[in-house]
Design a protein around this ligand. Structure first.
Ligand code: NAI
Length: 457
């Protein structure tokens, strides 16, 4: 069939793929993007955006339920999931329209269909071959399961199904306490479900600073979100009304639903990658620090490569590839410097190293923690939590870890601090606006610089 030669063909139109396509076309490259579903990918359609819409609806529900503590009387009636979903879908539709308009205005051709890599410089879609100087693989990830745990889409579900539910489960067991498990646990609890989170490791959000995990655990306990930590899943059986989840050691938990949130695996099977000689590792595409694969004409970005599975990482990798291919000087991404946010209530946000990793890497670690109880705005909002700052002794800040409502909005400042390698004393000089939650960031640095204001040294 017809052959077409372009500068870049992008396989997959999610965060990584479309960011590369947009930047490449901005730099004068001729780009074709192949997408089997909808441009925007997981993040826009079944990930970041819809879940954050649900979390916002959950916050609104909690605000109504808790209004009396602010002297405001009203009554909580109900959450109508079909209407929540309509709001969520409207948000997605608006962003999708904007994104497709942007892609069109940059003259990127979007080819609908499932593409396959057929040579180091070609992708085939429904019998059509697109030849390109460069190929970018950006086929993303899907929820994964474990052997013997069958996802039926009704009682045993993944986040994909959870986003489509038009009723609120009476009770739910969530397997996995990463970002997905904690965010859905938070939403459903706000909507009235009985929630049990099962996590194999000893803590919720186990990759975070241990003190952040503990603060989240405490906050979730207060919200009556049950937690089975250090608990290994054994099996699930269907009951008359739902599921019975068996944990190793004999404990069982019954619920209407089981949400499996134990990670996402790369989409790389049967797409021709190995056949063309692209080196793989556990299903992920291996890349160098510039997102180039073992085949010089082929790059890969996003959830498909073994870096942090975050939309903003995909964007950055996509931009890096486009700029490299256009001949610009590029710098490898410092993955430690990427901010991470779990948007549960309360939120958990961090950037840089945890004290455990910093110690393992040989840093002589010093740290200070500022409790949000001393922060005026946090008291006004009624949120508990803390900001913890980690620095190397007599050196720069190397990690910031926060828990509390809205701390996700504070992490950008912490990102500048760690990535610019600021000293605690330099940050302590900066005046933060009063009363804001951002003062807690300032106060933690004041404490670390040896001059605490609203905290004890
Ligand atoms: P995850 O890898 O972050 O967390 C999965 C959790 O499941 C881990 O804590 C793991 O120890 C636990 N686990 C694994 N097997 C288990 C078993 N058999 N029994 C009990 N626990 C078990 O994966 P998650 O939450 O599914 O998210 C997938 C990806 O998407 C992650 O990379 C995550 O960071 C990203 N994501 C990011 C969000 C954000 O930035 N706000 C939101 C949602 C997802």
């Amino acid at each position: 069939m017809s052959e077409q030669t372009v500068d870049l063909v992008v396989l997959g139109g999610g965060s990584g793929g479309y960011a590369a396509a947009l930047r490449a076309s901005e730099l004068g490259m001729n780009v074709v993007m192949v997408e089997k579903d909808k441009v925007g990918g997981t993040c826009l359609h079944v990930g970041c955006i819809p879940t954050k819409a649900l979390l916002h609806a959950a916050e609104v529900a909690d605000t109504i339920k808790e209004a009396e503590q602010f002297g405001v009387h009203g009554s909580f009636d109900r959450v109508e999931m079909t209407e929540v979903n309509a709001y969520k879908d409207k948000v997605i539709a608006g962003l999708f329209k904007g994104l497709t308009g942007l892609v069109k205005s940059r003259k990127i051709e979007v080819v609908a269909g499932t593409g396959r890599l057929v040579s180091p410089t070609a992708v085939e879609v429904d019998g059509r071959t697109i030849e390109a100087k460069h190929v970018l693989l950006a086929t993303g990830s899907v929820p994964r399961s474990i052997p013997g745990l069958e996802i039926d889409g009704e009682r045993v579900i993944t986040s994909d199904h959870a986003l489509k539910l038009d009723t609120i489960p009476g009770s739910v067991v969530i397997l996995g306490a990463g970002a997905i498990g904690c965010e859905f646990g938070s939403v459903w609890r706000s909507f009235g479900s009985e929630v049990t989170i099962v996590e194999a490791l000893p803590h919720l959000v186990p990759l975070e600073e241990e003190s952040s995990s503990k603060l989240l655990e405490r906050a979730f306990r207060k919200r009556c979100i049950k937690q089975e930590l250090g608990a290994r899943f054994e099996k699930v059986e269907h009951t008359d009304s739902g599921v019975r989840v068996h944990l190793e050691g004999g404990k069982t938990v019954e619920a209407d639903l089981l949400l499996v949130a134990i990670g996402r695996g790369p989409v790389s099977k049967d797409l021709g990658y190995e056949q063309v000689g692209v080196e793989m590792e556990r299903g992920f595409v291996k890349v160098d620090a510039y997102c180039q694969t073992s085949v010089p004409t082929i790059s890969a970005v996003g959830d498909l490569i073994p870096t942090l599975q975050l939309a903003h990482v995909g964007f950055a990798e996509g931009i890096l590839v486009a700029e490299r291919l256009a001949g610009l000087a590029v710098t490898p991404i410092d993955y430690d410097g990427v901010p991470r946010v779990t948007y549960s209530s309360p939120e958990v946000a961090s950037v840089g190293l945890t004290s455990k990793v910093a110690t393992e890497r040989g840093y002589d670690v010093v740290e200070a923690t500022y409790d949000l109880a001393g922060n005026g705005k946090a008291r006004i909002l009624g949120t508990a939590g803390a900001v913890k700052v980690i620095a190397s002794k007599d050196g720069p800040v190397i990690g910031v870890h926060m828990v509390g409502e809205r701390v996700g909005e504070l992490i950008a400042e912490a990102q500048l601090i760690t990535n610019w390698e600021a000293l605690p004393s330099e940050v302590a000089q900066l005046i933060h606006p009063h009363p804001t939650m951002s003062e807690a960031v300032g106060e933690a640095h004041l404490a670390l610089a040896g001059k605490p204001l609203h905290s004890h040294s």
